[in-house]
Design a protein around this ligand. Structure first.
Ligand SMILES: [Zn+2]
Length: 273
């Protein structure tokens, strides 16, 4: 599933190919995405020029110059965007094309169709889908103080707390598990019973794992352009995620699996307390 680093890498990968370009044609092969493609979207897009791409949480924002609003693109469970060329035949599950004035085609692929592209009118921060989101994990608004203050008197386990979009956006299951390992915190520990000092370490660990994933994603940027198929999601060297039963890379103990907030959580019972 595309997580924040994949969406950010997508933004960086497609931006140089689409920003400032005029949309000359829109092809919707499959409008029934998680949110149906709006009927009036094609008319709105044709002749419009694409502004500077942005991202909020896992939403990609594609503003149109001279309009108060943006395309709001979500990649869902299996979506990807890449840049093809006019004349390049679509593959199965290539649902939406934005054809640009230089012959490039921004092409949306989504086998499971949990993603969507919708029109967001007006100010981005007032859209109900975005208004209640917490800060970006790589921004200054996210730190140990925030985690500490929001967690007081909360009994929920720290891992689902960290994955709550109102606390901080974009910390999915993989990155929560990896950050808790780096910070040495047991994912089952009650959020309200973790010290400020440990939350400082956890916030730093969240930044570290996400920044590393984005950096690694940068090495795959060429995959966003024609020919190579879908951009792969990053196969990082993971310490705990997906490694239950395997030895801890730090101490050699067997990694354990628990379920927290309906999500599988792997951790080291020796290194994480
Ligand atoms: Zn260990």
């Amino acid at each position: 599933m595309p997580e924040l680093p994949e969406v950010e890498t997508t933004r960086r990968g497609i931006a140089p190919h689409v920003e400032g370009r005029e949309i000359t044609e829109v092809i919707v092969r499959q409008p029934r995405l998680r949110v149906p493609v709006p009927d009036d979207l094609v008319d709105r897009l044709i002749g419009a020029r694409i502004g500077t791409l942005d991202r909020r949480a896992k939403y990609l924002l594609v503003p149109l110059e001279g309009e108060k609003g943006s395309l709001l693109w979500h990649l869902g469970m299996s979506g990807s965007l890449r840049v093809a060329r006019v004349g390049e035949l679509p593959k199965k599950h290539d649902h939406v094309d934005l054809v640009l004035d230089d012959g490039a085609v921004l092409r949306y692929h989504d086998p499971r169709r949990f993603g969507f592209v919708d029109w967001l009118a007006g100010d981005v921060e007032h859209d109900p889908r975005l208004a209640r989101l917490g800060p970006e994990p790589l921004s200054e608004a996210f730190d140990g103080a925030r985690l500490f203050e929001l967690s007081r008197r909360r009994r929920m386990a720290v891992k689902p707390f960290l994955m709550d979009n109102a606390v901080v956006v974009g910390v999915g299951n993989i990155y929560a598990a990896e950050a808790l390992f780096l910070a040495g915190i047991d994912p089952r520990r009650a959020a309200g019973r973790i010290s400020r000092e440990r939350y400082d370490r956890l916030a730093a660990a969240v930044r570290e794992v996400l920044a590393a994933a984005i950096t690694q994603g940068g090495t795959t940027l060429r995959d966003f352009v024609s020919g190579t198929g879908e951009p792969g999601y990053f196969a990082q060297r993971l310490n705990v995620y997906g490694r239950d039963g395997e030895p801890c890379r730090r101490c050699g103990a067997e990694l354990r699996l628990v379920t927290l907030g309906q999500r599988a959580s792997v951790f080291c019972g020796e290194c994480q307390t």
